[in-house]
Design a protein around this ligand. Structure first.
Ligand code: PMP
Length: 339
């Protein structure tokens, strides 16, 4: 009989899939590492289980405990799945700007969700950060994993994502590209790959409105770089401990619009129904590849999550048009195809 002992055992070992259409005119082999094959449909399952197991080993949580995190999406879902397997309760705090679907998804897998006001400063006692920290103080045997500064995040990718990419490319990988949020994905994977071959070039994808690119290039934390943007999961207004700038050779910024359009192209042209930051990663990485890659190069681009969470946004033509992301001609064409 071939079966897994629990859903947790299905995390990782995601496939590499060659991109064939969106890469027209680009030299080299471009492979996508498709993380929606994880049971929680995102790369975050890898860190969720690792953060919990490291905490167990350190005696920070005992059987029957409660996991508390301020999260709106993928990490919460990953933590909820891991918690089911391990018999923990989950409480997630979320800002009230988040869609009802996200709250419903977390509740569907048994988590308790505390909705907090969006328009307050992070250190206001009502913010979702503060409420998570307070619950962690008040609830006995509770764990606050804090994916931003918890180095189990990077370690998960050093131990799983990196070796998978190296193995599946037979060590032929020359470039690795991934979006940067907490930094765990790119830094953990990069560390493993660079230990095997120091010539592997790592490319971090950033958004406009985020501090990373400028910080890497100048060493200056420039608050002028910070402004609101729409793409979810990448870019930051802080420097998380999981971002090790020595592991990221260069950053490329991608706009919300270019990312959204590339996600839609991946869905329609490659059959990869992926999330918004996947468009960021592919758009930015291909911009680099177009200029820099030669025939023998092998680039791996990590695609963090699935498209379902973005149905009401980038996969909705009216939403796209309202945000100026779809030209009216393109909009008409899309409609014509549907009818
Ligand atoms: N894309 C999405 C959709 C994410 O949820 C995340 C995680 N914040 C990332 C990209 C970036 O990954 P990391 O946090 O490992 O840098």
């Amino acid at each position: 009989m071939k079966y897994y002992n629990s859903i947790i055992d299905t995390i990782g070992d995601t496939p590499l899939v060659k991109l064939n259409k969106v890469t027209k005119g680009i030299k080299g082999t471009i492979l996508a590492k498709v993380e929606y094959f994880n049971p929680g449909q995102s790369v975050k399952d890898r860190i969720a289980i690792r953060m919990i197991e490291d905490a167990e080993k350190a005696g920070l949580i005992k059987p029957g405990g409660t996991i508390i995190e301020g999260t709106s999406g993928n990490t919460g879902f990953g933590l909820a799945l891991a918690a089911i397997g391990k018999g923990y309760k989950c409480i997630f705090t979320m800002a009230d700007k988040q869609s009802k679907e996200k709250i419903d998804i977390l509740r569907a897998v048994g988590a308790e969700v505390v909705v907090c006001p969006t328009n307050v400063e992070p250190d206001d006692p009502r913010s979702y950060y503060s409420v998570a920290k307070r619950l962690n103080r008040e609830i006995p045997n509770s764990l606050y994993p804090n994916q931003y500064d918890n180095l189990s995040n990077t370690a998960a990718h050093y131990d799983t994502t990196g070796p998978e990419v190296w193995r599946d490319t037979d060590g032929k990988i020359t470039h690795f590209a991934a979006g940067v949020g907490t930094g765990g994905t790119i830094c953990g994977t990069a560390k493993y790959l660079k230990e095997r071959n120091p010539n592997v070039i790592t490319i971090g994808l950033d958004t406009y409105g985020s501090v990373f690119k400028k910080y890497k290039e100048t060493g200056i934390f420039d608050e002028g770089e910070i402004y609101p943007y729409l793409t979810e999961g990448i870019g930051e207004d802080i420097l998380p401990k999981n971002v090790d700038f020595d592991m990221i050779d260069l950053f490329i910024k991608v706009t919300d619009k270019d990312a959204a359009i590339m996600s839609r192209r991946l869905s329609r042209e490659e059959g990869l129904f992926v999330g918004w930051s996947c468009g960021t990663a592919v758009h930015g990485a291909l911009e680099y590849a177009r200029e820099q890659l030669s025939e023998d190069d092998v680039m791996v681009i990590l695609l963090p999550d699935h498209g379902t969470r973005y149905l009401a946004k980038i996969y909705n033509d009216t939403w796209m048009k309202d945000h100026g992301f779809l030209e009216s001609r393109e909009f008409a064409t899309a409609r014509d195809i549907i009818h």
